[in-house]
Design a protein around this ligand. Structure first.
Ligand code: ADE
Length: 848
């Protein structure tokens, strides 16, 4: 029977008149976190439950308007004493259940409304169960059964109710577990009541299959121990990949709690309502993440689905470092309008950028020099003689200076433009050429070059200054290389005089030399090549004299350099020391400012996180960011305004795991809630005292946002004292108060006013050490069930608050001291309510 609709049906009730009544709520609403093992409202045939004795419970099966059976068991032997009537269900398979729930709907007659039954009539019945691996058939031994509970009605009905046709249906649920055998029986024992058992539903709870953050979590059966959670690792939906390990915790009520980690859609896929869909043709997604697919950038396309990068159109390219979101580009056209400007020593080439840069900004130019005769098809490379300032390739500006050119030569310069994709294109690089004839008067060539002497490693040369220099001679350039390795590598040196000693040569080796002169009007051409050989061992004697001179000069030079360097290091070394010392003192000054000025030697001042323009800066200033993979959540220990409070363990590299409490911020929060939530961490993180709850860190970079603090095994002080009423010596109680006083003194020295000091906001650890907790000013008061609105609109825990703070919100360390007085009373009275049942108004009036 699917009917959860309101149904009208007939109930025949022992010696009562048949009763036709409207009965809302007869059917149960089944949520998807319940797995039903038995529901009598859905059984079509006879239930066939066993009754003992036979004249006890009666089975009555009525038909509803849809011709579906309604199974009711009733008993009403209220006149006769010593009733012991049993009703036993059929064997119920436990399936995957560890803990089962039995929901009973029944009516119960008020004994007072039945005349002459005093002493025999009862208003309860008992629920029993027994576990077994198989059905016992008709065997029924009440002694084997374990009692689950006595069931009483919240609402019993009277004769008058019957007259008014009102039947009061009770619903009671009991839980049983752990169930370890394959199945079980339930039994209902009547001991003389007037009951109609209208329906029985047996179910267990599960956290149902769910998809969160693109991860799938299977059906999960909660633990029997209702406070511990089952940690479940999710698997990513199709076309998604793990970012942080996705996890959920299955709570005892079949609810999923504290989602951690997530999956993200892979490249080429985007998230649509909890799954990853392929990007359409013409769209792409280059990176895994929860972004949408984007249209292919200009000059690129894709005809396929799930594209991670669009292909470039023909003639367009993507450079290696171009991001996939960038348009495809092409090589530039040739530079335009090349012009030159020449004087005696320098040739300046200038040009305009190409008309088409190819869509890129990384345009560079290269200048290639060729010497062409009359026939331009027979050009040769200019060789290494020319100098280009700043260089001849990779030019960023539209000009270059050419030096060291030779007179009376036709130079052809090709200016190429290129960009980041030029190398990817097979077409030749576009260029613009210009021919320059160097026709200014150049100095004449050097004539004869003489070898003055040679040693194993040196050669001394000299020559005549050129006959015609056309300007003052600046210097000579001497180019030389080993004859054996002609032109492979060459060296060059300069000399102001028409002579030079070239050192560092190989012994007994032939070298080629050629020399040119530089004057104020430019370079001459190179002289003809001269070949000289270095000496062997015997030649060194001859060279000795020359070398002595060289060594003496070097020694004098070296000593001078040493003196200069020593002076330099002395000066700069001292400067560095001075800079370091200054930096240290600056750092000290900054730390001092950051930490606040010292109110008391050795104690910092508390900084209100609200004074930070960006509160997330405050939290990272005072709290460490924890990687969520280091946190293991074990159980839910409470629920706050912002989300669950869990206990668990925190792994710190190189240290052993420590127990922690984890406050979570529920998903779907507003920025403001997140700020308020993290304000507590920003405050707590500033404290370091054995009687103040210690902050381990925060998780802000992934969901859920969490605050991790030290775990306090005995929970809050008020409930701890109530639970252990009278168990402690006065010394122990005063010891707890001493700890709280010490923590509060520290807060006061720091300049922090708590505003909500009360035993409920003190936590107790396994050594009975009390620590002040619950920081966060306004938020704490919002959260505090004791806080009531005052006439001025503030929310204040009246019984704990000093009169001046209630009257005109003058909160101070002095008002905290008043609250401490109330806490003293709470502790010494083992958690009694301050001022007992006096109203808030009377408390305020009494104190002011
Ligand atoms: N409840 C809230 N915070 C707690 C903590 N740190 N330890 C134990 N229970 C808590």
């Amino acid at each position: 029977m699917g009917g959860c609709e309101v149904r009208e049906f007939l109930l025949q009730f022992g010696f009562f008149l048949p009763l036709l009544t409207a009965w809302p709520g007869y059917c149960s609403h089944v949520s998807n976190n319940q797995v039903v093992l038995l529901d009598t409202t859905t059984v079509l045939g006879e239930l066939g439950w066993k009754t003992y004795p036979l004249n006890g419970w009666d089975a009555i099966t009525e038909m509803d308007e849809h011709n579906r059976p309604i199974h009711t068991y009733q008993v009403c032997n209220v006149m006769e004493p010593n009733q012991n009537n049993w009703l036993r269900t059929n064997w119920i398979s436990r399936d995957a259940a560890q803990k089962i729930y039995v929901e009973m709907k029944f009516t119960l007659r008020d004994c007072n409304s039945i005349p002459w039954v005093l002493g025999t009539c009862k208003e309860t019945f008992n629920l029993y169960y027994v576990e077994s691996d198989e059905s016992h058939g008709i065997k029924f031994k009440p002694s084997q059964y374990t009692k689950i509970d006595t069931i009483a009605a919240d609402e019993s009905f009277t004769q008058m109710d019957l007259g008014d046709r009102i039947l009061k249906l009770n619903t009671e649920i009991r839980e049983v577990g752990p169930i370890e055998r394959k199945g079980f029986y339930l039994a209902f024992q009547d001991i003389g009541a007037c009951i109609a058992l209208v329906s029985v539903r047996v179910f267990y709870k599960k956290c149902p299959f769910t998809v969160r953050n693109l991860a799938m979590f299977p059906d999960t059966i909660p633990r029997v121990d209702s406070s511990s959670l089952v940690e479940v690792r999710g698997s990513c939906v199709k076309s998604a990949e793990e970012r942080d390990t996705p996890k959920l915790y299955c709570g005892a009520d079949g609810d999923w709690l504290v989602p951690l980690g997530r999956c993200i859609c892979s490249t080429g896929y985007e998230e649509v309502e909890g799954s990853c869909h392929a990007c359409r043709p013409g769209f792409y997604k280059a990176f895994a993440g929860n972004t949408k697919c984007s249209k292919c950038p200009p000059h690129s396309l894709t005809y396929m689905e799930a594209t991670s990068i669009c292909q470039c159109e023909k003639g367009y390219f993507r450079a290696e470092k171009d991001p996939p979101s960038m348009a495809c580009t092409r090589p530039p056209s040739a530079p335009r309008n090349v012009v030159f400007n020449i004087n005696e020593t320098a040739l300046i080439l200038e040009w305009s950028p190409p008309s088409d840069t190819g869509g890129r900004k990384d345009l560079t130019y290269s200048v290639i020099c060729k010497k062409c005769g009359l026939d331009t098809s027979q050009c040769e490379d200019c060789g290494g003689g020319l100098r280009f300032i700043p260089r001849h390739t990779g030019l960023i500006n539209n000009s270059v200076i050419v030096l060291d050119f030779v007179s009376h030569v036709n130079y052809t310069f090709e200016i190429e433009a290129m960009n980041g994709v030029s190398e990817l294109s097979f077409s030749p690089k576009p260029f613009t050429a210009i021919t320059v004839t160097t026709d200014q008067d150049a100095p004449s060539l050097i004539g004869m070059v003489r070898k003055d002497w040679a040693s194993q490693n040196s050669i001394a040369l000299s020559w005549q200054a050129p006959a015609f220099s056309n300007g003052a001679i600046l210097d000579y350039e001497i180019k030389y290389y080993e004859k054996e390795h002609e032109q492979l590598t060459y060296s060059s040196t300069r000399s102001k005089a028409p002579s030079v000693i070239i050192t560092g040569l190989k012994p007994a080796t032939k070298y080629i030399f050629h020399i040119r002169v530089r004057t104020t009007t430019g370079y001459s051409g190179y002289s003809q090549k001269f070949e000289f050989e270095t000496g062997d061992e015997t030649s060194d004697m001859a060279a000795e004299q020359g070398q002595i001179l060289v060594i003496a000069t070097a020694a004098v030079g070296g000593f001078t350099l040493l003196v200069i360097l020593t002076l330099f290091f002395l000066i700069t070394g001292r400067c560095q020391w001075y800079i370091k010392a200054k930096m240290k003192s600056e750092e000290k000054r900054r730390n001092h400012l950051q930490n606040g000025h010292l109110r008391f030697p050795g104690i910092k001042t508390y900084i209100d996180p609200d004074t930070y323009e960006d509160p997330s800066l405050a939290v990272h200033e005072f709290a460490k960011e924890i990687d969520p993979s280091r946190i293991r959540i074990e159980r839910v220990i409470g629920a706050g305004e912002f989300g669950e409070v869990c206990s668990g363990r925190l792994k710190t590299p190189g240290k052993r795991e420590i127990p922690v409490a984890i406050k979570t911020l529920k998903g779907g929060h507003m920025d403001r809630q997140r700020r308020d939530f993290l304000r507590e961490a920003s405050i707590m993180g500033q404290f370091d005292h054995p009687n103040i709850i210690r902050l381990e860190g925060v998780v802000t970079k992934s969901r859920p946002v969490m605050i991790v603090v030290e775990y306090m095994e005995n929970g809050s002080l008020d409930s701890f004292l109530r639970k252990h009423d009278g168990h402690f010596t006065v010394i122990q109680l005063v010891g707890m108060l001493r700890g709280i006083a010490s923590g509060m003194k520290y807060l006061s020295d720091m300049g922090y006013v708590h505003r909500d000091l009360a035993a409920r906001n003190i936590l107790v650890n396994s050594n009975l050490v009390c620590k002040v907790s619950d920081f966060g000013l306004s938020r704490v008061l919002e959260d505090d069930p004791e806080a009531a609105y005052t006439t001025t609109g503030g929310k204040i825990p009246i019984r704990w608050t000093a009169p001046e703070a209630i009257a005109y919100r003058k909160f101070s360390s002095a008002s905290d001291a008043w609250s401490y007085g109330i806490v003293m009373w709470e502790v010494m009275s083992y958690g009694e309510r301050p001022y007992w049942e006096m109203s808030n108004q009377d408390v305020s009036a009494a104190n002011s």
